[in-house]
Design a protein around this ligand. Structure first.
Ligand code: TRP
Ligand code: SF4
Length: 430
């Protein structure tokens, strides 16, 4: 069906609520780069992923064939549900687009912050991993538990050299009572984010971290720390490119000067390059030298931000309100029943609905279809338009969503059972 009206089936209304993030924190609208994304995921097409930082690095790499990576993770702290599925889908999409892929089970965070026992961390973590694999994660990706990954733990310690307590407290709200392991777990998370750039994993590269909008503080602090870990700063100035060393390192400065093209002037703590406009090439030479001199050459992590689904009962999704969430492990039958009880944007009477239309932008059933259940954009646009124009009943949507949900869960759960047999392929002994 062609769209007749200029209604927006992706619910831009809600996105406006996030515009504060754009202004206050320097997150860029995803829409601006969407036309450059090859084969965009439905979350992108539908503006569910609404923001990003530095995503052009990822797009450039996708197009040129340069290495790039995707990394994200979860605290194993409850049942795996549709909210987790979003991040998993985003990871898998990037893997299909050629990203080196990393998934962390944040058991150190769950243990220190939520007091979850190691045994439960292992069990719940496995539950997440089974869904990840069932959704399409491929064995060339790396799935790991923080506590079993010395590379990440060592890097966390190293990053701690560049992070102080008062700034971490300002971001995470730590007080004098906060346990040290809780504080450390935030550095472990930064290490999760940065470790794909270690030489073990073939060195510095753009790494995208798909997260929910609430996780931006983690991204900001990690970007800061990544910058602080650099030995050099490369900047375009008027008429030249400047390479500045944070601490005087004559040998490294000369090494860089010898490797870049163009006219070079070497000073005690910086090198200026004239007649060579290619800042990316210079930056990559600087990274090489930095690594040879014992540094890391990190790119600040890229991120994407998705908006959240509401809970099925309206309001937030919360595991304390079982009817508000659909767990990926619950029986297709009870899930379908929840969908049938879910809060819609329908009017009180059918006559009213016919006369003034429903409100898909305030409808949890519509959200289920939009986020998870309908792949076809034209179909979702049709639901939207029919609803707005009063030509659709909520009963029809609920029946459709309940049926698709039950079908998805059935298939997903079969997929989880086969994943159980395949854990060895992913290097996991759990
Ligand atoms: N803090 C995240 C959560 O609360 C989990 C997490 C750990 C994570 N390491 C990460 C998320 C790295 C993204 C990237 O679930
Ligand atoms: Fe939601 Fe469908 Fe009802 Fe519209 S008709 S309010 S989309 S359930």
């Amino acid at each position: 069906m062609k769209r007749k009206t200029k209604l927006d089936p992706w619910g831009t209304v809600n996105i406006k609520d996030y515009s504060k993030l754009f202004d206050e924190f320097g997150i860029s609208p995803f829409e601006d780069i969407l036309p450059d994304v090859p084969n965009p995921h439905k979350y992108m097409r539908r503006h569910i992923i609404f923001g990003h930082r530095d995503y052009h690095h990822i797009l450039d790499a996708m197009k040129s064939g340069a290495p790039f990576a995707v990394m994200s993770g979860f605290m194993p702290s409850g049942r795996v549900h549709l909210g987790h599925k979003m991040v998993m889908d985003e990871i898998i999409w990037h893997q299909q687009m050629g990203a080196q892929t990393f998934f962390a089970v944040a058991d150190m965070e769950a243990h220190s912050v939520r007091k979850i026992s190691w045994k439960d961390c292992a069990e719940i973590g496995k539950d997440y991993v089974l869904s990840l694999i069932a959704l399409g994660f491929q064995p060339d990706g790396r799935i790991y538990f923080q506590s079993k990954c010395p590379v990440v733990r060592d890097l966390a310690f190293e990053l701690g050299v560049e992070a102080n307590l008062s700034e971490l407290s300002a971001i995470y709200g730590f007080s004098g009572e906060t346990h040290i392991s809780h504080i450390l777990s935030t550095l472990v998370q930064s290490a999760d984010i940065l470790h794909p750039q270690l030489t073990e994993f073939s060195g510095p590269k753009p790494v995208v971290i798909p997260v929910g909008a609430d996780q931006d503080p983690h991204i900001r602090i990690t970007r800061d720390i990544a910058n602080r870990m650099r030995m050099f700063k490369v900047e375009a100035r008027k008429g030249h490119i400047s390479i500045r060393a944070k601490t005087a390192n004559k040998a490294a400065m000369h090494e860089i000067a010898g490797r870049v093209d163009g006219k070079v002037k070497v000073y005690a703590e910086h090198v200026d390059v004239y007649e060579n406009g290619d800042i990316d090439k210079i930056a990559s030479i600087v990274r090489e030298v930095e690594i040879e001199y014992g540094g890391y050459g990190f790119y600040p992590p890229t991120s994407t931000y998705h908006r959240f689904m509401s809970g099925l009962t309206g309001g937030k999704m919360s595991s304390t309100i079982p009817d508000s969430i659909v767990a990926l492990t619950e029986s297709p039958k009870t899930a379908a029943a929840k969908v049938k009880k879910a809060k819609t944007g329908g009017k009180v009477t059918l006559t009213e609905q016919r006369r003034s239309g429903g409100e898909p932008q305030n409808c949890t059933v519509y959200e289920l279809l939009l986020f998870h259940l309908l792949e076809d954009d034209e179909h979702i646009a049709e639901v939207y338009n029919e609803c707005r124009e009063g030509r659709r009943t909520c009963g029809k949507c609920k029946a459709l969503a309940a049926e698709l949900m039950a079908k998805f869960l059935k298939e997903h759960q079969d997929g989880r059972e086969s994943a159980r047999e395949r854990l060895g392929e992913f290097g996991l002994k759990i």
